[in-house]
Design a protein around this ligand. Structure first.
Ligand code: ZN
Ligand code: ZN
Length: 452
């Protein structure tokens, strides 16, 4: 039997030998971006790659997820290595899909390349023979919480119960056989150096808002109408007026967009739609901000005498990485890049559904460099393929080795010491309770709340 250090060395060499294949996967996904729950081409690429390495797998989980397993001879814990399939919509990105505007402006193509590279390194070295337990290779859909109306349509058709990939996979039971989970995000932030772990990340809830006015001739008889756009405008101003009352330490982010501003320019707008996130560091802070946002939304309707329908939807939980898993990641990252290239970052104000996983099991979501430009912007590029594609492949595979080597002592120790923030049942009922529809009538100030 090889020592743990020998095995790790062999895996790094194997990943290096597969460098061209791994880069090809990352580049191919970059050129074929697909939005969440529509990642059919990307899922097929994952499935074909797993097939080529004889990894048994299932497809179509939460519409597009692909889950393979490298099963060990000896029973033990199951570690999931994960990558996200979906892109964003940034239509002026140089690698955007000309039809859909989809673009990989968050580096998820690198996550899948890294995940496939980790699988290759583990398979090429027969690593599982020296390990105990199983390694799940999990390509997951729809991390970016976007196209809210489209996804609500999928819910109505019975195809989804949650609007994000990992929550949907959890409720469908696809994490039930997994004990620990790890994934690595790509960053383009110099302050995060080559590798970083984060203290925490914001959670969020998501809102879909519809103002209902009354159409009328915008020139000859606007007084006969009710201007839904003006109602929305007042609501947005009222939300902005809340900002000085948010506490800095709650890291609240509220960032609405108008997805429909009216129908025709010569008609008083009667149907105006908004989407927003309400993000914060803790669930309590998010709920407090949400009450204030709802008040602001009603205020717009009240001022104009319009109606407003407020759909509140579960988003993502705040991320709370397991510290032991962070330490394992950091040890490997220091060995790969040197201690000076690694950093422990504080709280981050973005959100991820890895937060949901971190609520129910030991999980880790570090980030590694290799990108440049503004995250979610039109200049976000993979600028260092070694860092973005092959380095995470090594880090993920080495994490699996650390956890499962020998009798999987490390994984068992972490499991024994880890106190989950919520059970799966508690998590699901928490998220389900957030679904709420409020119909507020601005003309008489009455409100009806429905649990949907
Ligand atoms: Zn993103
Ligand atoms: Zn991302």
């Amino acid at each position: 039997m090889r020592t743990k250090e020998e095995l790790k060395q062999l895996i790094c060499e194997a990943v290096d030998r597969r460098r061209e294949e791994i880069e090809k996967i990352g580049d191919q996904i970059m050129e074929n971006p697909e939005l969440g729950f529509k990642e059919y081409k990307t899922a097929k690429l994952v499935s074909d790659t797993l097939k080529a390495f004889n990894i048994p797998h299932v497809t179509g989980l939460a519409i597009t997820g692909v889950k393979g397993v490298i099963s060990g001879q000896n029973p033990g814990p199951t570690v999931a290595l994960m990558g996200e399939l979906d892109s964003l919509l940034v239509s002026d990105h140089p690698h955007a899909d000309s039809q859909t505007g989809a673009a990989h402006a968050c580096g998820h193509n690198a996550q899948i390349a890294g995940l496939m590279g980790a699988m290759m390194g583990l398979v090429d070295t027969g690593a599982i023979d020296d390990l105990c337990g199983n390694i799940v290779i999990f390509a997951v859909p729809a991390e970016e919480y976007v196209e809210v109306e489209y996804r609500l349509g999928l819910m109505r058709e019975g195809k989804l119960r949650f609007l994000g990939g990992k929550p949907e996979l959890i409720q469908k039971g696809h994490f039930d056989d997994i004990n620990l989970a790890a994934m690595i995000h790509t960053h383009g932030s110099p302050e995060l150096r080559k590798a970083a772990v984060m203290q925490s990340c914001n959670g969020c809830i998501v809102k879909l808002i519809r103002y209902k006015g009354l159409a009328a001739h915008a020139g000859s008889s606007p007084h006969k109408g009710i201007n839904a756009l003006n109602a929305a405008h007042i609501a947005l101003a009222a939300i902005n007026a809340q900002r000085e009352m948010f506490k800095d330490e709650d890291a609240i982010r509220v960032h609405p967009i108008i997805t429909k501003g009216g129908d025709l320019v010569n008609v008083v707008p009667a149907d105006v739609r908004l989407e927003t996130f309400v993000r914060g560091k803790t669930n309590e802070a998010i709920m407090d901000a949400n009450i204030k946002v709802d008040r602001a939304l009603r205020a717009g309707a009240l001022a104009i005498g319009a109606g407003v329908e407020i759909n509140t939807l579960p988003g993502y939980m705040p991320l709370q990485d397991n510290r032991d898993l962070q330490n394992l990641f950091m040890q490997n990252a220091r060995n790969l890049f040197g201690a000076g290239a690694c950093t422990e970052a504080g709280h981050r104000t973005g959100s991820t559904d890895m937060g949901d996983i971190s609520h129910i099991m030991p999980a880790v979501h570090p980030s590694m460099s290799g990108a440049s430009g503004i995250s979610h912007g039109n200049d976000f590029m993979i600028s260092d393929k070694g860092m973005a594609y092959t380095a995470p492949a090594k880090a993920l595979a080495l994490m699996a080795v650390d956890l499962l080597y020998g009798n999987a002592e490390k994984a068992k120790e972490i499991q024994a010491q880890h106190k989950p923030i919520m059970s799966k049942a508690e998590y699901l009922s928490y998220q389900m309770r957030i679904f709420q529809k409020e119909i507020f009538d601005g003309e008489n100030g009455t409100s009806k709340k429905l649990n949907v």
